[in-house]
Ligand binder design. Structure first.
Ligand code: F6P
Length: 319
């Protein structure tokens, strides 16, 4: 392979730039040309493609977002859209593609591979919900952003003796809420993977109050439901003064942590190695601190699960 492409797709995540940098530099190190595809699969279809040199990825390792921009592209869900994308790649003599993103992006990469165009997926999402890897690029940074917010909210919750509901991202996955709740000392953590009983949430708050607890933190993943609604219910049933903070997109931005930069560098470089070894249709990951790769189809067939032991621990520590 003498020429490869790289794109970012779906929701951005801090560390995507570090991954792009690793792809570009690793490829150039092996005398392979790299083309950046802008605006994800939408840019692939419309041909927003530009050759990247070493200097183009200078000064980005510490920046959040993605220098290649990103998009969620409906057109790419059609076979016609994908064929147009392949035509654009063929026109420039690009022979393989690194796709950095979450499960939707992986689906596109799988479909392209099926059409004979080799792709390798690199897990980039703050949700940490890609099977076959212990961590996704951006999760650690988002987690630290959430922890910073919880710590600050805790200060004011203590001063005002209030209950706080903090809604974090995660439509289908509770990892961010679980890790943040555990690290932030939350009294209650609500995640989409585990059913909850509002009566039990309220009973726990009441038990804490009876023990002399004056403030509480409840972390809710957005997939469970609206934090505002949950806050209202709590205020009504307990009569404790309750406030709600929806953290929103601040969780997706910011300078990536060292952990995310290193992870992104390792995974990006590994993806290039796979393409150069002639292996398409793979998804790279990290498991027990070792780089791994799996059949991308197998990853798409698997369902992400939260760490049950960690969830149980969070319950034990927040009695
Ligand atoms: O998948 C990443 C994520 O940030 C989810 O946690 C969240 O539900 C979603 O993207 C938000 O997407 P958008 O930025 O398109 O509103």
């Amino acid at each position: 392979m003498k020429r490869i492409g790289v794109l970012t797709s779906g929701g951005d995540s801090p560390g995507m730039n570090a991954a792009i940098r690793a792809v570009v530099r690793k490829a150039i190190y092996h005398d392979v040309e790299v083309y950046g595809i802008y605006q994800g699969y939408a840019g692939l279809i419309s041909g927003q493609i530009k050759k990247l040199e070493i200097g183009d990825v200078g000064d980005i390792i510490h920046r959040g977002g993605t220098m290649l921009y990103t998009a969620r592209c409906l057109e790419f869900k059609t076979e016609e859209g994908r064929k147009q994308g392949i035509e654009q790649l063929n026109k420039l003599g690009i022979e393989g593609l690194v796709v950095i993103g979450g499960d939707g992006s992986y689906r596109g990469a799988q479909k392209l591979t099926e059409l004979g165009f080799p792709c390798v997926g690199v897990p980039g999402t703050i949700d940490n919900d890609i099977p076959g890897t212990d961590f996704t690029i951006g999760f650690d940074t988002a987690l630290n952003t959430v922890i910073d917010a919880i710590d600050k909210i805790r200060d004011t919750a203590t001063s005002h003796e209030r209950t706080y509901v903090i809604e974090v991202m995660g439509r289908h996955a509770g990892d961010l809420a679980l890790w943040a709740g555990l690290a932030g000392g939350a009294e209650t953590i609500l995640i989409p993977e585990v059913d909850h009983d509002m009566n039990e949430v309220v009973a726990k708050l009441n038990r804490g109050h009876e023990r002399g607890k004056k403030h509480s933190i409840i972390v809710v993943a957005e997939g469970v439901g609206s934090g505002v609604e949950i806050g209202k219910k709590i205020q009504e049933t307990t009569n404790f003064e309750t406030r709600v903070s929806v953290l929103g997109h601040i969780q997706r931005g910011g300078s990536p942590t060292a952990t995310d930069r290193v992870l992104a560098s390792r995974l990006g470089a590994r993806a290039v190695e796979l393409l150069l070894d002639g292996k398409g249709g793979r998804a790279v990951g990290i498991q027990q601190n070792q780089l791994v790769d799996h059949d991308i189809m197998e990853i798409l067939d698997r369902k992400h699960t939260v760490d049950e032991k960690m969830y149980n621990l969070s319950q034990e520590l927040s009695i």
